[in-house]
Design a protein. Structure first.
Length: 343
């Protein structure tokens, strides 16, 4: 009687394929790593130096994913931008507290090791790290047959940043009569894709043949690190908010101190074509505002005297513009007016 031999590979996990992927990552890491930086790829944990310029350094940590934007990447078989999204979603949160991104780690879980797909994702992660001036110091790739369907995967990112205690942005710095500036988004960023996909499915839209959607739906999330750190280093902002899930209301509410109110005039918002397309698919204004950034990727709260100086830190496409002010009339966030979707 022949006994059946069981192996890890037969169960769906190919350790050799995983090893080859690690070798690929090591090669990319060697090309992009500075000579003075430690080689952390392949070890059990990463070791990193704390920059000497910080007198009283504090660590800030963030984690996030890219949600069901992954499904659009799979649909279009294009995976070279979601790695940028992954980095952006964490580092854009770090800078809200004035932190400089220092290190980044990724976690990829997948049905079966697919080297071309994973390599494309990793290249995007490295690109995002390069834009953010942080280092990819390691990560984890888990082959999980039975948990994920064929071709399916998920990714998560983890970032650690550093900020001098005196440079931390907190609620105490926000004052009555401060101005609220909108920094344009690059598009949807990485939020609201379940709603987008529901529209595509129920309206039978062929994204592969729709040139506009093919380009818009995988536009990488704008990384605001360079601009925001430039402003914090010059003490030009009192607070800021990364506009992700929950939109303007929920995200700005998180940084407004007790006794003050962020009054935002929606009519001043310059939205983008992708949001106009979504609005035309029978979505109410309230739903748009709590699901999407609607064209505002980041918000700055500033002293009015700094408004002209701030514009110099941004490229033309992302110049901040006035959408509101801080008042002491109420508490929280007050959205008034209406977005002009046709503008």
């Amino acid at each position: 009687m022949n006994k059946r031999l069981f192996t890890y590979k037969k169960s769906g996990v190919d350790i050799n394929a995983a090893d080859n992927f690690v070798k690929f990552i090591s090669k990319i890491s060697a090309k992009q790593r500075g000579k003075k930086k430690l080689n952390n790829i392949g070890g059990f944990g990463s070791i990193n130096n704390i920059p000497k310029k910080f007198k009283n350094p504090k660590l800030v940590a963030c984690t996030d994913g890219v949600g069901t934007k992954i499904e659009i990447a799979n649909l279009l078989n294009k995976h070279n931008t979601i790695g940028i999204d992954l980095v952006a979603m964490s580092v854009n949160d770090l800078i809200v507290q004035g932190a400089q991104p220092l290190i980044f780690l990724d976690y990829i879980s997948i049905n079966k090791i697919d080297l071309p797909k994973l390599s494309s994702i990793i290249k995007g992660i490295y690109k995002g790290c390069k834009i953010s001036k942080c280092e990819l110091v390691g990560g984890e790739t888990a082959e999980m047959p039975g948990t994920y369907e064929k071709g399916k995967f998920d990714i998560a990112g983890f970032a650690v940043g550093i900020v001098d205690e005196k440079k931390i942005l907190n609620k105490k710095k926000i004052k009555n009569n401060d101005l609220i500036l909108a920094v344009p988004s690059s598009g949807l960023h990485s939020n609201g894709y379940s709603l987008v996909r529901d529209i595509i499915k129920k309206k039978n839209i062929n994204v592969k043949k729709n040139k506009f959607l093919k380009e818009e739906l995988l536009k990488p999330t704008k990384i605001y690190v360079k601009e925001i750190l430039g402003l914090t280093n010059k003490n030009l902002i009192n607070g800021c908010a990364n506009i992700t899930g929950g939109g303007l209301n929920d995200n700005i509410k998180r940084i407004i101190p007790s006794g003050l109110c962020a009054e935002i005039d929606l009519n001043k918002i310059n939205t983008l074509r992708i949001f106009k397309w979504l609005k035309n698919n029978n979505i109410k204004d309230d739903e748009m505002l709590k699901t999407f950034n609607c064209g505002v990727g980041f918000c700055l709260i500033i002293n009015p005297k700094h408004q002209k100086k701030i514009a110099k830190f941004f490229p033309k496409k992302y110049k901040p513009y006035l959408i509101g002010k801080i008042s002491n009339k109420k508490e929280g966030v007050k959205l008034y007016g209406k977005i002009d979707w046709l503008r």
